[in-house]
Design a binder for this molecule. Structure first.
Ligand code: FCB
Length: 478
């Protein structure tokens, strides 16, 4: 059922609810050569001709590295009480191994102190896709050693920031790292090798497990460790058994491959069957599943749009859209018999259909899948082609409507028994949207890329009011 634009009764959240915004290091920091930072796979990829729209890259991004104080003050002015950001691994450990660079850690210490000073609760993501290039040169995520390197890095950051940051997220959306990075190649490092992508998925799971243990050993016990999954809401186009089987396969490849071992200690047997022609999974060593299946303190869910699938009548050829770019190579190893469809209804500037019922469904699924585990919506938001008016104001009623619909869906899930503790809007401000460069604007705050000036859009003011009052304000007419 679609959410009504503004329901008759006000939508009110519990007092302790976190109202946050999210960003990631490569998308906002810039300063890629400062403080001893070395290239990550995203520096290399975005500087490779043809990989990003207009050849754009994060060299300057929105210069958050130099403007973080103003950005934190802006969040405080808006009324946000939480902020999720990621650490650039190669700023902290330039070669991906060995001792930390203090200048890198100091930047994040200052950022955290600024946030705490303004009453904003920091949530740190250790890995949002920017592997140090040296580790990719040594084999990247398909190599087991990368998981050990991640655990070492987690320990370093946990020791440095564990006294002041309570909320920790090991990995952001490992699906994108494994399958967009190593199968479809639309993300860094841009490889198109299905077998390598499944190995990468396992080593990301291992990194999460070892990283969780390393964080716990390095930090006070009160801190919370989670990960953020972009778990897909997979819907079959019909109840035909072939379409249902297609949806189950994609559910395994999108969700089960991660939450199977992480939450339940096992990969789904159906995943092994679906991928048997591609890999024999012999790299899953004794003890790995135990290492991966660490108890978590919370689970982060990122949601944008549902995934609509059917059985494919014919082997699909030609470009495949996957939400983050198009490629001749599929990000779904072993699923050539599945076809992907556009969901009906309105779309954002990404072409993603707007469907808050998917967020409700996702939350309820993980409420059943991981009973008792607190949930956070660690990303949700929309890209629109925002432009300042002649007075320099930026009106984005479509984004307000998107946020309202999705926050109301979260609230409905809470009424239905889900333990959702917070919501992080993607994104605080316009930024480098990976393969799309700067052309897709997800920010609640507008960034003028010529001057890097920040202007809160009307959605930022709307969201800030929601954060301050705990109740969703009315939605303006679009
Ligand atoms: C998510 C990513 C985030 C951003 C949004 C639009 O998959 O985690 O960095 O690109 O999509």
């Amino acid at each position: 059922m679609p959410e009504p634009a503004t329901p008759a009764t006000p939508v009110t959240f519990p007092p302790a609810f976190l109202w946050g915004a999210a960003t990631s290091a490569y998308q906002i920091e810039g300063a890629v050569r400062e403080g001893g930072r070395t290239p990550s796979i995203w520096d290399t990829f975005s500087h490779t001709p043809g990989k990003t729209a207009g050849g754009e890259h994060g060299d300057i991004a929105v210069d958050h590295y130099h403007r973080y104080r103003d950005d934190v003050a802006m969040m405080a002015d808006l009324g946000l009480n939480a902020y999720r950001f990621s650490i650039s691994w190669s700023r902290v450990q330039p070669t991906g191994r060995g001792p930390a660079v203090q200048v890198g850690l100091d930047f994040y210490r200052r950022l955290v102190d600024e946030l705490l000073d303004k009453g904003i609760k920091p949530a740190v993501t250790l890995y949002h896709w920017d592997l140090p290039q040296e580790l990719e040169d040594a084999g990247g995520w398909p190599e087991r050693d990368t998981a050990y390197r991640f655990a070492e890095y987690a320990q370093i950051v946990g020791e440095a920031l564990g006294d002041r940051v309570e909320q920790w997220i090991t990995l952001n959306e490992p699906w994108c790292s494994a399958f967009l990075g190593y199968a479809s190649g639309v993300h860094a490092p841009g490889r198109t090798d299905p077998a390598a992508s499944l190995k990468a998925a396992h080593h990301l799971n291992l990194a999460h497990g070892l990283g969780t243990s390393a964080l716990r050993a390095a930090m006070p016990a009160r801190n919370s460790v989670a990960l953020s999954l972009n778990s897909s809401v997979v819907r079959p186009v019909s109840q035909d058994p072939a379409d249902l089987a297609a949806a189950r396969k994609i559910d395994d490849l999108a969700n089960g491959v991660f939450h199977g071992p992480i939450l339940h200690g096992a990969y789904p047997d159906s995943l092994f069957a679906a991928t048997e022609l591609i890999t024999d999974w012999s790299y899953v060593e004794d003890g790995d599943l135990r290492a991966i299946n660490q108890p978590l303190d919370a689970l982060g869910l990122n949601y944008y749009t549902p995934t609509l699938v059917s059985a494919a009548d014919t082997d699909l050829s030609g470009p495949r859209a996957d939400g983050h770019g198009a490629s001749d190579f599929s990000p779904w190893p072993g699923a050539d018999d599945v076809a992907f469809h556009q969901s009906p209804g309105e779309r954002t500037e990404m072409g993603w259909s707007i469907d808050p019922t998917g967020l409700h469904e996702l939350i309820m699924r993980y409420t059943r899948e991981a009973p008792g585990l607190p949930l956070y919506i660690t990303e949700n938001g929309a890209a629109y082609d925002d432009k300042p008016d002649p007075e320099g104001r930026v009106h984005d009623p479509e984004r307000i409507s998107y946020l309202h619909g999705h926050l109301a869906a979260v609230r409905r899930a809470v009424s239905d028994g889900a333990d959702v503790r917070g919501y992080y809007l993607w994104s605080l401000m316009d930024n480098f949207e990976w393969a799309y460069g700067y052309e897709k604007r997800f920010g609640a705050v507008y960034v003028d890329y010529a001057t890097l000036a920040r202007t809160p859009k009307s959605s930022a003011l709307w969201y800030g009011q929601a954060a301050r009052t705990g109740t969703l304000p009315p939605v303006p007419e679009v």
